[in-house]
Design a protein around this ligand. Structure first.
Ligand SMILES: [Zn+2]
Length: 69
């Protein structure tokens, strides 16, 4: 499974639109690359997972999946 590689400056500006914190690379339940909140988002253990469509992160709250960690 190949993860999209971002330039460091791109990585730096990729932020959760809800909590404005950093995101980490993850793989969703179907094996697709995604970005997920690096820290709790809105509530303890609650994080958002954003899809990556054709290598382009879709950082929209409406498209995010809520995951519990
Ligand atoms: Zn977040």
């Amino acid at each position: 499974m190949s993860q999209p590689q971002y330039e460091p400056w791109v990585r730096e500006i990729l932020r959760c639109p809800v909590g404005l914190h950093e995101l980490v690379d993850v793989v969703d339940d179907e094996g697709r690359p995604a970005l997920q909140c690096a820290v709790d988002c809105g509530a303890p253990g609650r994080r958002l997972r954003f899809p990556v469509s054709d290598g382009i992160p879709v950082l929209l709250a409406d498209d995010a999946v809520v995951v519990t960690v």
